[in-house]
Design a protein around this ligand. Structure first.
Ligand SMILES: *[C@@H]1O[C@H](CO)[C@@H](O)[C@H](O)[C@H]1NC(C)=O
Ligand SMILES: *[C@@H]1O[C@H](CO)[C@@H](O)[C@H](O)[C@H]1NC(C)=O
Ligand SMILES: *[C@@H]1O[C@H](CO)[C@@H](O)[C@H](O)[C@H]1NC(C)=O
Ligand SMILES: *[C@@H]1O[C@H](CO)[C@@H](O)[C@H](O)[C@H]1NC(C)=O
Ligand SMILES: *[C@@H]1O[C@H](CO)[C@@H](O)[C@H](O)[C@H]1NC(C)=O
Length: 600
C-alpha cells in the first residue's frame, strides 16, 4: 500500500511542481495569456488552431492572431481602454475565441454570457458586469431585442454574423464589416500582469441569479496546464470541444490547449450524440471533452460501427458516473478517462491522473501539506461546517463524506482566491479556522469521499443548486422567474432523483388553492423565460407551501415526497417536452417512468 501511495504521490506532485514553476516564471516575466499565445503563434504559425464544425471553417494560429489584432485595434479606435468590460453573447464559433482574445490583448475584459439566458437573467448578467458594449451573435438578435430597452442607452451594440440592419436593435453596428477594415498589426499593449483580470465567467453558484466569477490570466493558465501536464497531452493531440464557450470547461480546459499548448481544437456549435463519432473521425480527434450527461447520451445511441473507428485515446471532463464509467470506456474503446474536478472560481482542483475508475481526483494522504485541500465534516443537508471543541473544522477519515475545502494563501498564485465581482458573494464562499485557527479557506459546496490512498469520489452537491442536463440549476432563480409568470404565487423549486437519469429533475411546487393556473399559457411563457434545462419536469399544485418563521420555504418534506402519485395527494404534472405541455402524472405513467420505459 505504501508503495502504491508513494507512486501516486510522485505523479501528482510532479505535475503540480511543473505547473507551479511555470506559473512562477510567467509571473516573473509579467506574461499574460495573449503573450503566451504569441509564443504559440511564433512556434506553430500555419498549423490549424481552431476548426469550426458548423461551417468547416479552419483558422491557423496566424489567422487567429490577426483576427484578434483587428478586434483590439477596433476597440482602441472606438475609445475603449484597459479595464473596460465588453459582454460577449453568442454561440460557439472561431470568432468567439478571437473576440475575447483580442480584447485581452489591450486589457479589455470580456463578460462571457450564457447564450441560453433571456429576459431578466440576461439583463442581470450584462448589468452586473458594467459592460460598455455587447458583442452578440446574429442568431441571438431576438433575445437581444427583447431586453435592449432595459440595458441602458450607453451600452454600444455590435452584431457578429449575418447582418440584417432591419432586425437588430437601433444603433447596432455590423461587427464583421468593421473588423474587415481594421488594421491587423499588433497594437501597443498595456502592461498587464499574470494576476490581472482576463475575463468573467458566470456561475449559477448556490443561490440567486448568476454570479460573475473573475478569471485572471494565471487561473486560465493553471486550469489548462494542470490537465495538459496531468493527463500527458501533447501539442499533436486534436481536441474535440462541443461544450459551450461561456463555461470554463469549453473555453479554458478546451480552448486553452490551443492558445497555450499549440493543440488543434475542434469547436462544435452544440453537442450532438448522433454526429459525435463522425466528427471525431473526420477531424482525426484524439481527445474528446465531456460532461457527465454527454457520456450517457452517447450510450443511449444505437450501436454503430463508427463508434469504434475513431482515434480517441482519452476522454476529458467531469461528472462521469461510476455506474456507466466502464461501459463507456469499453463500448467506445477509449483507453483513458481523464476526469477532473474544479469549479471556475474554486481553489481546489483535482485530477484523476491514473485512470482510476470512478475517481474525480487524488490528494496525497502521506504528505497532505503538498496540496492544502481537505474534506471536512459537514451537516450534509444544511452544508454547515461541524467544528471541534477548539473551533477548528474536523477532517474526514477515509470513507467519510465531507465538504471539499481549499486553503487560501493570497500571495501564492496557486493558492489565492480571486472570488466574484460581488464582494458579498465572495465572502460567503470563504470560511475561517478550517485547517487551523485563524486561517481562511474556500468552501467548494460539494461533498466528496476519499479512499485510503487519497482517491477522491464526488458524492453530491447540496444547498440550493441541482444539476440537470449538465447545467447547474439555481432553484432560487427558477423560483423567481416562475413566481413572476404566475402572478407572484409561491413557487418552490427543488431537484428530485429519477431512477436512471443523471442529476436531478426539476420539480416545482406551486401554491394555488383554487387550481386557477392555466398550464398551457404557463408552458408558453416559461419557454420564453427559461432555458430548457431549467424548466421543471414535474409540477405539484398544492393549497400552500410551508415556510419557516423567517419566510424561507421548507423544501425538505417536498423533496422527500418526490413525485409519487400514490403518496402525494396533491395534483401532479409531468412536462411532456415532445408535446410541449404538462400532462397529469398518474400511477401508470409514474410506473413506466420508474421502469425506464418512459424516458425523460
Ligand atoms: C486525418 O488523417 C488522415 C490520415 O493520416 C489524413 O489523410 C487526413 O487528411 C486527416 N484529416 C484531417 C482533417 O486532418
Ligand atoms: C456548476 O457548478 C460547479 C461547481 O460550482 C462548476 O464547476 C460548474 O462549472 C458549474 N456548471 C455550470 C454549467 O454552471
Ligand atoms: C484557491 O483559489 C484560488 C482562486 O484564485 C486558486 O488560484 C488556487 O489555485 C486555489 N487553491 C487550490 C488549492 O487550487
Ligand atoms: C451580491 O451578493 C449578495 C449575497 O449573495 C446578494 O444578496 C446581492 O443581491 C448581490 N448583489 C448583486 C448586485 O448581485
Ligand atoms: C406542512 O407542514 C405540516 C405541519 O408540519 C405538515 O403536516 C405538512 O406535511 C407540510 N406540508 C408540506 C407540503 O410539506
Amino acid at each position: 500500500d505504501l508503495v502504491k501511495a508513494c507512486y501516486l504521490l510522485s505523479g501528482a506532485a510532479g505535475v503540480l511542481l511543473r505547473v507551479k514553476m511555470n506559473v512562477r516564471r510567467h509571473l516573473r516575466e509579467k506574461n499574460t495569456i495573449p503573450k503566451i499565445f504569441a509564443e504559440s503563434v511564433h512556434r506553430y504559425g500555419d498549423k490549424t488552431a481552431l476548426i469550426f464544425e458548423g461551417t468547416g471553417e479552419s483558422w491557423t494560429f496566424r489567422q487567429l492572431d490577426e483576427y484578434s489584432n483587428k478586434v483590439a485595434n477596433l476597440l482602441l479606435e472606438r475609445g475603449f481602454k484597459e479595464g473596460d468590460v465588453v459582454a460577449l453573447f453568442m454561440e460557439n464559433r472561431c470568432q468567439y475565441v478571437g473576440l475575447w482574445l483580442g480584447m485581452a490583448k489591450i486589457g479589455i475584459e470580456a463578460a462571457l454570457i450564457n447564450f441560453n439566458l433571456r429576459l431578466e437573467a440576461l439583463v442581470h448578467c450584462v448589468t452586473i458586469s458594467n459592460a460598455k458594449a455587447v458583442f452578440f451573435g446574429s442568431e441571438l438578435t431576438d433575445a437581444v431585442s427583447e431586453v435592449h430597452s432595459s440595458m441602458g442607452k450607453a451600452v454600444q451594440m455590435f452584431c457578429s454574423g449575418e447582418w440584417d440592419p432591419k432586425q437588430v436593435p437601433q444603433g447596432t453596428e455590423c461587427l464583421e464589416a468593421l473588423l474587415a477594415d481594421a488594421p491587423s498589426h499588433l497594437p501597443s499593449q498595456p502592461q498587464r500582469c499574470f494576476t490581472d483580470r482576463l475575463f468573467y465567467i458566470y456561475t449559477s453558484g448556490t443561490t440567486g441569479m448568476p454570479k460573475a466569477a473573475i478569471v485572471v490570466h494565471s487561473r486560465y493558465y493553471r486550469m489548462a496546464a494542470l490537465v495538459y501536464y496531468g493527463f500527458r497531452m501533447t501539442s499533436d493531440d486534436v481536441l474535440y470541444d462541443c461544450l459551450p464557450l461561456y463555461h470554463s470547461a469549453g473555453n479554458i480546459v478546451g480552448v486553452g490547449q490551443c492558445l497555450i499548448h499549440g493543440m488543434t481544437v475542434v469547436i462544435r456549435k452544440k453537442f450532438s450524440a448522433s454526429r459525435f463519432w463522425d466528427d471525431c473521425i473526420k477531424y482525426n480527434c484524439t481527445i474528446v471533452q465531456y460532461i457527465g450527461e454527454i457520456c450517457r447520451y452517447l450510450l443511449n445511441q444505437p450501436v454503430q460501427k463508427k463508434e469504434q473507428q475513431h482515434r480517441i485515446r482519452m476522454a476529458l471532463g467531469n461528472g462521469l458516473r461510476q455506474s456507466i464509467w466502464e461501459e463507456f470506456m469499453n463500448r467506445f474503446s477509449i483507453p483513458q478517462i481523464a476526469e477532473f474536478y474544479g469549479a471556475t472560481e474554486c481553489n481546489c482542483s483535482l485530477g484523476n491522473f491514473d485512470n482510476k475508475v470512478g475517481a474525480c481526483g487524488f490528494n496525497s494522504q502521506i504528505l497532505p501539506f503538498i496540496y492544502p485541500i481537505r474534506l471536512v465534516r459537514v451537516d450534509e443537508e444544511t452544508m454547515e461546517l461541524i467544528r471541534g471543541p477548539d473551533g477548528v473544522c474536523i477532517p474526514c477519515k477515509p470513507g467519510e463524506p465531507g465538504q471539499l475545502v481549499g486553503r487560501i494563501i493570497q500571495n501564492d498564485p496557486l493558492r489565492r482566491f480571486d472570488g466574484y465581482v460581488n464582494q458579498s458573494a465572495t465572502d460567503k464562499k470563504i470560511a475561517h479556522s478550517v485547517f487551523k485557527k485563524g486561517d481562511s479557506a474556500y468552501l467548494s459546496g460539494d461533498v466528496l469521499i476519499m479512499d485510503k490512498y487519497g482517491h477522491m469520489y464526488f458524492k453530491d452537491r447540496t444547498g440550493d443548486t441541482y444539476r440537470w442536463k449538465g447545467e447547474n440549476v439555481s432553484t432560487t432563480e427558477v423560483e423567481g422567474t416562475l413566481s413572476k409568470l404566475l402572478h407572484m404565487k409561491d413557487v418552490v423549486v427543488y431537484g428530485v432523483e429519477v431512477p436512471g437519469a443523471e442529476g436531478k429533475a426539476g420539480m416545482a411546487a406551486i401554491a394555488d388553492p383554487s387550481h386557477s393556473t392555466d398550464l398551457e399559457k404557463f408552458v408558453k411563457d416559461m419557454e420564453k423565460a427559461l432555458p430548457p434545462y431549467a424548466r421543471p419536469v414535474f409540477l405539484r399544485i398544492l393549497p400552500e407551501v410551508n415556510k419557516t418563521g423567517t419566510f424561507k420555504f421548507q423544501k425538505t418534506e417536498l423533496r422527500r415526497d418526490g413525485f409519487d402519485p400514490s403518496t402525494v395527494s396533491d395534483r401532479l404534472y409531468f412536462l411532456d417536452s415532445s408535446r410541449g405541455r404538462y400532462v397529469q402524472l398518474d400511477e401508470e405513467l409514474y410506473r413506466s417512468m420508474l421502469s425506464g420505459k418512459h424516458k425523460l
